[in-house]
Design a protein around this ligand. Sequence first.
Ligand code: PEP
Ligand code: CO
Length: 454
Amino acid sequence: MMNMRSTDTTTWHPANWQSRKAQQQPVYEDADALSRVIADLARLPPIVVSWEIENLREQLARAQRGEAFLLQGGDCAENFADCESDHIAKQLKVLLQMSLVLLQGMKRPIVRVGRFAGQYAKPRSADTETRDGMTLPSYRGDLVNRPEFTAAARRPDPQLLLRGYERAALTLNFIRALVDGGFADLHHPEYWDLGFMVHAELRESYERIVHSIGDALDFFESMTGQQVGDAAQVEFFASHEGLHLLYEQAQTRFIPRQNKWYNLSTHMPWIGMRTAQLDGAHVEFFRGIANPVGVKIGAGMTDEWLQQLVTTLNPSNQPGRLALIHRFGVKEVEKHLPRVIEAVRRTGHSVLWVCDPMHGNTETSSGGLKTRRFENIMKEIDVAFSVHRGAGSHLGGMHIELTGDDVTECTGGARGLTDADLQRAYRSQVDPRLNYEQALELAMLIAERSRQQS
Ligand code: PEP
Ligand code: CO
């Protein structure tokens, strides 16, 4: 903790949030055990470093100006059990493939940000869950407790904070090695093939896109006699919901060279919809960190609330600092999006607008499973693009829950998954994700719309 405040000119400190009301925090039985874990976390090396965060902020500033597009995606919640090479490589591959399709259609660089390497804490609508007369704490993600419905599994365990930190580090270590090793080289998109795309038309369109990018690279390189080199090497950033404030605080460090505080647990944390209260602990914590941050925006957010969030979280109107991730749902997006765009405009501040077409479109299937319809997800994105265009604004990114695995959690898409199909491979403990084919199809449809617009 030395040299922390010496050159810091603000009165903000990473622990100040503790005097505010913090929503969605677990209650630990053993306060000493918790303090020991937090002290350990505060000593351990960071997961990311400040220059990567600054690099991402510059790229997000470009997306905010319409010169790039943010693709943010991954599991609703990561599980500790999914911290294994196959799952991580598949998440990387599906994001890479989508980004390639978007790049080709939008003719803009794609900024890739995973919901990974730390997406372990979940907000819940109720603190407890009752089954057959027994009431236990809700499952709050692997960072906090376990999903099984037993008292032992549901007891918040501070050791899980360390296990989550370690898995975040292992995940990012593997991603960095894959990317550095050329896995993500645009010259070799065949490395990223997931193999099991069975839908023939999707596979054909994807292969056409990959070839056209390969041809463009070959053309450029033979014309100029130069390797595209760095430009063909893609980057990945990490993000998660900054929900568990003791965890986030422990990894927040003052970087004297930058003269700023950074949350080094991830590049881009976001504030979830349930924790965006203006006088709440999360806003107080997020206000002081230098990372680019996101805030989820729902229909219940008033203009004044939103305006104060914008000026509190980004008082200097720094480009790339604040992403507003709107998640109205297909039924509400036309009603609320024009209103919030106008509300932000009246602050005189600029933000990066991102559409989350997942969280406003959750419904219960006929068999009782939580699901989302592909057509509603796609429609919300379409509406979001056109409302922004009509308002003289622009949509700079999208935020998607997806997996590179062949799951059946969302209905629809080219293969026409129905409610009956959901039973087959429903794996999410929390929200339903687009599967690999659906995710790629979504990217293709968006790319196609962009081509038509230009
Ligand atoms: C999420 O992103 O998984 C989530 C809980 O979203 P929201 O805060 O928008 O409900
Ligand atoms: Co979710």
